[in-house]
Design a protein. Structure first.
Length: 318
């Protein structure tokens, strides 16, 4: 046998399969280069004179009017007009997106101009993806849409997006994110443990930030916009590099562990008066918000900058 054709439906080529094929010189494989490397054992018995001809692409439908293709350049392209569906997954479970089994070879995702919606878990755990193009016209990024994309270092969110779901970018490698004006809510766990995220821009349109939204991030400074009334539980927990935060006078409560383990938090700029600060409901159970309470406070934010702070026990200075 000098040549053989192997369809892309083959998922495993085991040890020794080609041991006796001394005359084999050409294999025509219906998938991509990356998928060939993925399915073939190192000990399959291929000689050094065998040439692999990867002739195909992976393709299918995702929704009524959208198609997807993975080419030999490891690019997933979604084209057509419509919405990428929600895919029902759970932590520890398998992703049901049709391209998920090829996630090891998806390094770039290009969404066509007709894509209107990114469904829940659409690209979750595509751990090799380094680049994503989200076009103008997308209005929603679903829950956990990019969860666990641990090689994704940057994303540009277009101004047409009005909703970003819970956990959408959790466990990504993002460095900086600018949330577009028009977003009104940052859901729970949206950027949970994006451990390389050092800068976040939150627009004035945001009126609520969910629990755990920035937990475990590498943020240095944060400015919370006017209109937010509560900093929810675990929002900045384990932000171990956070040194400075600006809190508007619209905030009336800080929930349990919102600033837990923010050990280097030194400065808080507060938009209200000292009396307003003292009237704020801060849940400090188990010292979960002691980092906030022990920081140096500057009241009336960018105006008078009246300093105050803690000096042990129940004593404060100003």
């Amino acid at each position: 046998m000098e040549n053989i054709t192997i369809p892309q439906s083959v998922t495993r080529i085991a040890n020794g399969v080609f041991d006796a094929c001394e005359k084999l010189t050409d294999i025509y494989y219906g998938g991509t280069d990356a998928s060939w490397k993925h399915i073939t054992s190192r000990n399959a018995g291929l000689g050094g004179n065998v040439t692999i001809h990867s002739t195909g692409v992976f393709t299918g439908k995702c929704g009524d009017n959208l198609t997807w293709t993975i080419d030999n350049n490891e690019v997933l392209t979604i084209s057509g007009t419509g919405r990428i569906p929600d895919y029902n997954t759970s932590y520890g479970g398998n992703n049901t997106a049709p391209w998920y089994d090829y996630g090891y070879q998806i390094k770039k995702v290009v969404l066509g101009s007709g894509v209107q919606n990114i469904g829940n878990d659409a690209f979750a755990r595509c751990y090799c993806m380094t680049d994503i193009t989200i076009p103008d016209g997308v209005t929603r990024i679903g829950d956990n849409a990019f969860r666990g994309c641990s090689a994704l270092t940057k994303v540009s969110i277009p101004s047409t997006v009005s909703s970003i779901g819970s956990g959408a970018f959790s466990n990504c490698a993002l460095h900086e994110v600018e949330i577009p004006q028009g977003i009104t809510s940052i859901q729970s766990d949206t950027f949970w443990y994006c451990t390389q995220l050092t800068k976040i821009t939150i627009p004035a349109s945001v009126t609520s930030i969910g629990g755990g939204a920035f937990s475990g991030c590498a943020l240095r400074e944060v400015e919370i916009p006017q209109g937010i009334t509560s900093i929810q539980s675990d929002t900045f927990q384990n932000c171990t590099q956070l040194t400075k935060i600006t809190i508007p006078d619209s905030v009336t409560s800080v929930e349990i562990c919102a600033f837990n383990n923010c050990h280097v938090l030194e400065t808080v700029y507060y938009g209200g008066t000292e009396a307003q600060w003292e009237g704020m409901d801060v849940d400090n159970y188990a010292d979960g918000n002691s980092a906030l309470l022990d920081a140096t406070l500057y009241f009336e934010m960018k105006y008078q900058r009246i300093a105050a702070g803690s000096c042990g026990g129940n004593l404060r200075w100003s």
